[in-house]
Design a protein around this ligand. Structure first.
Ligand code: GDP
Ligand code: MG
Length: 438
């Protein structure tokens, strides 16, 4: 999913202006990518409609880098789709807070029970007990004893002979006596949602009156996971989802659809077999991961604050007509510098994050020097750098406190840059990174 979306958005991102057709085409690609990622059909339809409408809205056409605005809109809508603000466990004013775990067999309930116990101990300093109410698979109790013990939770178990509802009730009493802050009730699952499973869950619910019912959903099962969540929601209402196995080659569809389909937020993400591979679910981070763009969005926002759209449009026109001068260059240098330390900025640009940036140090003093040199030129010289020869060169060097060679170098670099821009710069902002590398 990530790759598909990235390709589509990369295509759109660099555009100077976007037409309605461009947007339509991008939406088609996004729709396909989402469907392929096993996102619920209705969700996809609504999603692309919303994004399209926002893109068609007045604010996009004619803007600086409308492509980037599309990316931003897609990101925001992905985030909204997954729940906007992430939810949380509800704590009871009278402990223990009871959390009931539900889900199909193999979805990851027992693992998540131990992980959540560990998480709550760490984040909230809670003392946690876990109750072993899966009595159908002989190994299930042992498994909870093992992982529960590993995370230092008290495991309440009575083997496999008693009724799970009785065990749950008993465990709650024990937890109260032991002064636990939290009791997590692990339950059995089945291969499919059926009457018996739901009956048992309802009975346990009645017995322990949980403050939170969490549904564990296996991200690897994609569309099925969402159907299961819908069925659970209809039978025993739940409060939030733990999305398990997000580390695998999950295509992301379940994470994207579950909130839209069930109305319940994903609270936690389980991302591996190790007991500390568990974290609060952040829709914004997930959206970012899906888009796979590093910090591109914060870059866009920074740029949005600093660039004046009219200026930028004028710049673009000049670039296209190849009458970009040293004066423009100076102006642009200033705009870019306003945005903050250059290295961090370049790191935010997709394609520059990571590898390429390592070992490439942008010297801020070098930029000071460039600015000083250009400032020492006359307007005429800035507009027609080819004039800069002999005595002019000497005057500029003296005026800016650099050597004649350095003035030379800048003029040469600028000529080179113009050449590069002529080749690739059809409607694009100049590639500052390439420039810096020279
Ligand atoms: P339950 O039947 O719902 O209790 O599921 P389990 O907790 O026993 O988990 C079923 C299998 O999935 C086990 O082999 C777990 O190790 C594995 N598992 C659970 N959560 C994750 C996860 O987040 N990532 C990965 N890779 N495996 C997981
Ligand atoms: Mg289990």
């Amino acid at each position: 999913l990530s790759e598909k979306l990235q390709a589509t958005l990369a295509d759109v991102r660099g555009r100077g202006t976007l037409t309605e057709d461009d947007i339509k085409k991008a939406m088609r690609e996004i729709r396909l990518a989402l469907l392929e990622a096993d996102v619920n059909f209705k969700v996809v339809k609504e999603f692309t409609n919303t994004v399209r409408e926002r893109c068609m809205g007045a604010d996009i056409v004619g803007q600086l880098n409308p492509g980037q605005q599309v990316v931003k809109i897609v990101h925001e809508e992905l985030e909204a789709l997954m729940g906007g603000q992430s939810g949380d466990i509800v704590f009871s004013p009278r402990p223990p807070t009871v959390i009931l775990m539900a889900g199909l067999q193999g979805s990851g309930k027992t693992t998540a029970t131990a992980k959540l116990a560990k998480f709550l101990q760490k984040e909230h300093g809670s003392s946690v007990g876990v109750a072993a109410c899966d009595v159908y698979r002989p190994a299930a109790v042992d498994q909870l004893v093992k992982v529960g013990g590993q995370v230092g939770a008290t495991v309440y178990e009575q083997g496999t002979d008693r009724d799970p509802v009785d065990i749950a009730r008993w465990a709650l009493d024990q937890a109260k006596q032991d002064g636990k802050d939290v009791l997590i009730v692990d339950t059995s699952g089945r291969l499919h949602v059926d009457e018996k499973l739901m009956e048992e869950l309802k009975n346990i619910r009645t017995a322990v009156r949980p403050h939170n019912i969490l549904l564990v959903v296996d991200a690897m099962t994609g569309q099925d996971a969402v159907n299961v969540a819908e069925q659970f929601g209809a039978a025993v209402n739940f409060d939030g989802v733990i999305m398990s196995k997000l580390d695998g080659d999950a295509r992301g569809g379940a994470a994207l659809s579950v909130k839209a389909v069930t109305g319940k937020p994903i609270l936690f993400a389980s991302t591996g077999e190790k007991l500390d591979q568990f974290e609060r679910f952040h829709p914004d981070r997930m959206a970012q991961r899906i888009l796979g763009m590093g910090d591109v969005l914060s870059f866009i926002e920074k740029a949005g604050e600093q660039f004046d759209a009219d200026q930028a449009a004028e710049m673009e026109r000049k670039l296209r007509q190849n009458d970009f001068t040293l004066e423009d260059f100076l102006q642009q240098l200033k705009m870019i510098r306003k945005m903050g330390p250059l290295t961090s900025l370049l790191g935010m640009i997709p394609g520059f994050a990571g590898q390429q940036l390592k070992g490439m140090k942008v010297d801020e003093r070098e930029m000071d020097r460039v600015e000083a040199i250009i400032l020492s030129m006359t307007r005429e010289e800035r507009r027609r750098p080819e004039l800069i020869k002999g005595s002019r060169r000497l005057r500029i060097a003296k005026g800016s406190g650099v050597s004649v060679q350095q003035v030379n170098q800048l003029v040469k670099q600028f000529a080179q840059m113009r050449k590069v821009m002529k080749q690739v710069g059809k409607g694009k902002m100049p590639d500052m990174a390439a420039l810096m590398r020279q």
